[in-house]
Design a protein around this ligand. Structure first.
Ligand SMILES: Nc1ncnc2c1ncn2[C@@H]1O[C@H](COP(=O)(O)OP(=O)(O)OP(=O)(O)O)[C@@H](O)[C@H]1O
Ligand SMILES: [Mg+2]
Length: 275
């Protein structure tokens, strides 16, 4: 399956990944989706954290079907997608604690992806909430999305594990495009220093320039929203972390607009060269 396959029409596919677990991927994915949904974009969040699925827990919903059902013949994505908010915010639940899904073999993966391709074009954005680390499924998905958001925190272990993700994706999949979010930052300065450290290592050892999408401050409203099982931006739209995530959503929307015009330019070029 080629890189373009998961990017039908103007859908922007984004994988949210991290080296270390528990850095805030699921919260970020859900709230980016909620923010963009509120701005009238059609959103699909795919919970691909098949080890410990928790999108459904964070949303307080218990969907009937999940990713594992998609492996069965005849079951299509429309049968398993659940509605979070009406008219444009859907999600596809993972299968929690199902070890055989952690490392799907290539045939299974292709069959799941071929099915998924039939619905991706219905959304403006598809956000893949991936599991932490460098498992095969994580790497395969991360290398297929158009955009990759790497979440780190200022903790040194999160940084070294984040660097490992970049290194493996570059060396094994020739992926060179990463956008970093520093979560749980105490200040913009600390976040910038964290990014600079990661960027420095990528530049020095991998000859790679990674991008800085921005920071999300540590905010007590985040765990509170988790406890209440509501998206943070819905629960406390004015709080610091919500404002930070809104800024990130605007930047991601800009990426989509740019890649759309890029596609348009490509189509025009094709027309010209093919008469
Ligand atoms: N900006 C923040 N401020 C305060 N707490 C936060 C922030 N971001 C995340 N957290 C807390 O960290 C915990 C882990 O977040 P989350 O579940 O989104 O991480 P994750 O990367 O998806 O974890 P996993 O790797 O296990 O899937 C959450 O319970 C949340 O309360
Ligand atoms: Mg998670």
């Amino acid at each position: 399956m080629s890189h373009e396959d998961v990017n039908p029409r103007s859908t922007l596919s984004v994988s949210i990944l991290s080296g270390k677990g528990g850095v805030g991927k699921t919260n970020l994915a859900l709230n980016l989706a909620y923010a963009l949904y509120k701005a009238s974009h059609k959103m699909l969040v795919m919970d691909f954290d098949v080890g410990l699925a928790n999108v459904d827990v964070l949303l307080g919903v218990s969907p009937e079907k999940n990713l594992q059902d998609l492996l069965k013949p005849g079951v299509m994505p429309a049968d398993v997608v659940a509605e979070v908010e009406p008219g444009g915010f859907d999600f596809l639940p993972a299968a929690s604690g199902v070890p055989e899904l952690l490392e799907l073999d290539e045939d299974m993966r292709d069959s799941v992806f071929t099915k998924l391709n039939t619905v991706l074009g219905e959304y403006d954005y598809v956000l893949f909430d991936l599991g932490a680390g460098i498992g095969k499924t994580v790497l395969a998905l991360a290398s297929m999305t158009r955009m990759r958001v790497l979440v780190v925190t200022p903790e040194p272990t999160s940084l070294t594990d984040g660097y490992a993700v970049v290194k493996v994706l570059k060396n094994q999949h020739n992926i060179k495009d990463f956008q970093v979010v520093v979560n749980q930052a105490s200040s913009a300065k600390e976040a910038q220093l964290t990014f600079d450290r990661l960027h420095g290592a990528c530049k020095r050892f991998l000859d790679l320039d990674i991008g800085y999408l921005g920071a999300v401050h540590t905010d007590p409203n985040v765990p509170e929203a988790v406890r209440r099982q509501v998206p943070l931006i819905k629960y406390a739209p004015q709080c610091r972390a919500s404002q930070d995530i809104l800024s990130l959503a605007i930047k991601i929307a800009r990426h989509r607009a740019e890649s759309k015009s890029h596609l348009k330019a490509k189509a025009i070029l094709k027309k010209i060269t093919h008469g």
